[in-house]
Every structure is written in structure tokens, then in C-alpha cells.
Design a protein around this ligand. Structure first.
Ligand code: MN
Length: 243
């Protein structure tokens, strides 16, 4: 029994070496996983299954092969690939999960999330999050012509890069009170998330007992990638080196 968690690969057509790193993982270490959870931002942007799936034939194929080999695939939306939809799921065998959601990991209730939900000090981002998590807003986006969605995605990435230059690192990290509220509300003492690109295992006292927050690493074709592997109650971080 092995469960893998990955997030923030930010795959994009212009970074073939990054895609190659992911394909090597899917054909290699991921095969040992009974479940693979992709906690958002697998793609740098996704303008809808109709517009983006043709950009990633190898990724779709490799995910399908992994699913066929017996690994159950779960995907959460990130703030970049929130338009991932039913065609992608039908093609790959993946299931899209709510964000956040509680899963059972070796009998323990664990909260999993992309993570931007907890970044409540970033008010701009929370306004954007309200929009992109609204199914009606997403449906309106999906109804736009592909060329226009492509343009909007390019503009959004430009705005995000510009925005990050003016925001402090603290504002873009999680808010501890928000984290604790969600964990309390969902009855979990362990949280796994991505988004912040600050891989770490945090342990602290929450309501008189120990609590853990595992932040997943983002991926890079030079630095490599990482999967959080849970096996027999043990958590390890598996580094994935570029070829
Ligand atoms: Mn993100």
C-alpha cells in the first residue's frame, strides 16, 4: 500500500524537459502507488479540455497508462488549472476531488487541498478564488471561443507575475488561523497541500495534541521534482532527479 501526493508541476508546452521529468515519474516510481493524488496546478494554465488537451498528448497517454496499471488517480484543481474537466477525466481515468477534502490514509482522516484556500492574507487572490471556484463563472469561461480563452490565460499569467513582485512573502503564505479553522472544522490533525512552493513538514500543538502540515514542493526541470510518499504510516519525500 503506497500513496503518492504531488502538486505544482506547472507543466507547459514550452518546457519539454519538465514534461519529460513527469513522464519518467509516471512510468517509474508512480507505478508503486495504489493512489496518486495530484493536488493542483499540474498545468501552468488550462483553458478548458477542448483547448488544452491537444497540447499534452503524452501526458494524457501516460496518465491513462498509469490508471490502467492499477493506480487510482485523483486530481484537485489549482488556481492555474481550474478548468480541468470531464473530458480530461474521461481520457485519463482521473477523478476530480473537492478542495479541500478529507481522505482516509491508513485509517487517519487527512485534509488535502491545493492550498491557496489558506492564503487569506492575500485579498486579491481570495477575490480571484471566489470567481474561479464558482461553477457558473467557469461555465461562462468555457463558453468563450478558444482564442479568447488563450488570450485571457496569457493576460492572467502576466498579471500574476506582476502581482507577485509587489507582494511580500508572508502575504503569499498560508494564514495559520485559517489553517487551524479548517482542520478543526473537518476534524483533521494532518494536512497536505501545495501552492506556496515552500516544501516543509510543520508540526505544532493544536488543541492539546500534535498536528502536522505537509507542504509539497513545486517541480522544476533543473532542480527536479518531488513526491510525498506514504507507506505503512511512514511519510517520506521522494526526490525525482532530471535525466
Ligand atoms: Mn497554485
Amino acid at each position: 500500500m503506497e500513496t503518492h501526493f504531488i502538486a505544482d508541476l506547472h507543466l507547459q508546452p514550452g518546457r519539454p524537459a519538465l514534461t519529460a521529468l513527469f513522464l519518467a515519474y509516471l512510468a517509474g516510481p508512480a507505478r508503486a502507488a495504489d493512489q496518486l493524488y495530484i493536488l493542483g496546478d499540474l498545468f501552468e494554465y488550462w483553458i478548458g479540455d477542448d483547448g488544452s488537451m491537444p497540447d499534452y498528448p503524452q501526458v494524457v497517454q501516460a496518465l491513462t497508462e498509469l490508471a490502467n496499471s492499477g493506480t487510482t488517480l485523483y486530481v484537485q484543481h489549482g488556481n492555474r488549472d481550474f478548468m480541468l474537466g470531464s473530458e480530461f477525466c474521461a481520457a485519463t481515468g482521473a477523478t476530480i476531488l473537492d478542495d479541500p477534502v478529507v481522505i482516509s490514509l491508513g485509517g487517519e482522516a487527512v485534509l488535502i487541498s491545493h492550498g491557496d484556500l489558506f492564503c487569506t492574507d492575500d485579498h486579491d487572490h481570495q477575490r480571484f478564488r471566489e470567481r474561479y471556484t464558482d461553477p457558473a463563472w467557469r461555465a461562462r469561461m468555457q463558453a468563450l471561443p478558444i482564442w479568447l480563452r488563450r488570450l485571457i490565460a496569457r493576460y492572467a499569467r502576466w498579471r500574476s507575475r506582476r502581482g507577485h513582485r509587489h507582494k511580500s512573502a508572508t502575504i503569499m503564505d498560508v494564514n495559520q488561523d485559517t489553517v487551524e479553522q479548517w482542520m478543526h472544522r473537518r476534524g483533521c490533525r494532518r494536512l497536505v497541500h501545495g501552492h506556496t512552493h515552500r516544501p516543509a513538514d510543520h508540526e505544532w500543538r493544536l488543541g492539546g495534541a500534535s498536528a502536522q502540515r505537509h507542504v509539497l514542493s513545486d517541480w522544476d526541470e533543473h532542480r527536479g521534482g518531488e513526491a510525498l510518499v506514504v507507506r505503512g504510516g511512514e511519510l517520506t519525500r521522494l526526490p525525482l532527479q532530471p535525466a
